[in-house]
Each structure stands twice: as C-alpha cells, then as structure tokens.
Design a binder for this molecule. Structure first.
Ligand SMILES: C[S@@+](CC[C@H](N)C(=O)[O-])C[C@H]1O[C@@H](n2cnc3c(N)ncnc32)[C@H](O)[C@@H]1O
Length: 242
C-alpha cells in the first residue's frame, strides 16, 4: 500500500484531521461570528443612546465615568431636604459610597437581597442574579436597610416616614421594579427631588428598561424633569420640577 493510498483511506488519520483541524476551525469560525454579532449589537445600542443623549440632553453635564457623576450628584443633593433612598442595593457598593460622601444624613437602602425577580436585558442577567440569599450586606452607620420586595416595602416605609423624598437611586435594572418604585414614591416626591437611574440607556434593549418606566411614569406624575447629568456607561440624573 503506497503512502498516498494510506493517507486517503486511513480512518485514524481522517479522525485526526476532522477532530484536530476541521472541528476546531469550525468552532473558531462560529465563535468569531458570534463575537462580531455581539459587538455589532452593543455598537448599535451605544449609537442609539448617543443619538438620544445628543438630542435630549443638550444642557446636561456629561461624564465619562459613573464615579464623576456620583460626585456631581452629591453636591446637588446637599441643598435638598428629605429622604435619601437607594432601590437596588446588592452589596451596598454605591449606597456606602453615597453614605460616606454625605455622612451627615441618613440613607435608606431597599432590596430583596434575593436578586432579580425576573430575567433582565434579553437574558444578559437572569432571574436571581445579584442574590445574596437574603443575607444583608454590611453598611455604614448612617445607612438603614429595608429588606424585601419593593412592592411590599417602599410605599409602607414612605407612609411611616411622612417626609418628602430628596433623592432616589433607581438601580434595580428592571422595567417592572423601576415602575414600582416610581409609582410607590410619587406622593412623597417634591420639586427638586433628584432621580438617578443606573441603567437608563446604552445597553442592548435599553428602551424597554428603566428608560421606558420613567417615560411612561412622568406624564401622569404631575412633574416635569430636567436631565442634569449623564455618564457614558448608562447612568442618568434627573431633577423634578412642578
Ligand atoms: C444591579 S443590583 C444593585 C447594584 C448596587 N447598587 C451596587 O452598588 O452594586 C440590582 C438589585 O436590585 C434588586 N431588585 C431588583 N428588583 C427588585 C424588587 N422588585 N424588589 C427588591 N429588590 C429588587 C436585586 O435584588 C439586586 O440586588
């Protein structure tokens, strides 16, 4: 049997070529195609958000990072009297940051600490993402946590406090949770209340999330809103007026 005959008919050789050369090459092609599709989706979502910001946020401050936006925010909160809330606490990174910066005031954090109640963002984060299994994170001394689902905690808490709301950090990602918080807090908002949305725009599907909840809620709220600032990675700060 000649070498050429062997090469053409050898089963081990054919297996070797299929498994070690062709199959990895096909997988690699699929992976690169998926990565390029993924990249295109993200680029389109970013372009859509940038066009939206360019059209609607002409007078607002623009920051490249959330951290710069947070420092701008703290200066804006200081003169506004009332309650300081975060809805969507997880490990309290942002809440502790805010509470550390404005440590003369009490902060209140709301979270199930059991993660998202439903899938978010086209499967990007599934139900249960961010769960701490109900365990509360450690927080600064000027922070109080209100564990539970927003639909059961926000309205009763505000009713008991009987104070206006100065600030809400809406960081629950989901359309439904954001809408719940906005609706539950409406009677306690005031001209001057600041609303910071963490995932307002820029991610795939952003028009169906926090943005949609706010856009649907605002016309019936009795308030108008001005965008004070926004950050490249999706956070948007609004201030309410009568
Ligand atoms: C993106 S994480 C918050 C991130 C946080 N601010 C940080 O500094 O990392 C979103 C949180 O919202 C909470 N959440 C979402 N929907 C909720 C709801 N309806 N009621 C209570 N908590 C909810 C989740 O449990 C999760 O911890």
């Amino acid at each position: 049997m000649g070498l050429l005959h062997y090469l053409a008919h050898s089963i081990p050789l054919r297996h070797f070529i299929e498994n070690k050369l062709f199959r990895p090459a096909r997988s690699f092609k699929k992976l690169t195609a998926a990565a390029s599709f993924d990249q295109s989706l993200h680029a389109l979502a970013h372009q859509d958000a940038a066009a939206y910001a360019y059209e609607h946020f002409k007078a607002a401050a623009y920051f490249q990072s959330k951290k710069e936006l947070y420092d701008f925010l703290i200066a804006k909160i200081s003169p506004v009297n009332g309650l300081l809330l975060e809805c969507g606490v997880y490990k309290a990174d942002t809440l502790n940051y805010f509470a550390g910066k404005l440590n003369s005031r009490q902060w209140h954090g709301f979270d199930s600490f059991e993660g998202l109640p439903e899938d978010w963002g086209g499967g990007e984060k599934g139900k249960g993402a961010f769960s701490l299994g109900g365990k509360l994170p450690s927080v600064k001394r000027n922070v109080q946590l209100q564990p539970g689902w927003f639909e059961h905690t926000v309205a009763p808490f505000l009713h008991n406090q009987q104070q206006p709301v100065a600030f809400i950090h809406l960081d629950a990602d989901l359309y439904s949770a954001t809408k719940t918080v906005l609706e539950a807090s409406t009677p306690y908002l005031q001209a001057g209340t600041l609303l910071l949305f963490d995932e307002y725009f820029g991610q795939i599907g952003w028009r169906e999330g926090e943005h949609k909840a706010f856009a649907e809620w605002l016309p019936g709220s009795g308030y108008q809103a001005t965008c004070l600032a926004y950050a490249a990675n999706g956070a948007v700060l609004w201030q309410l007026q009568k």
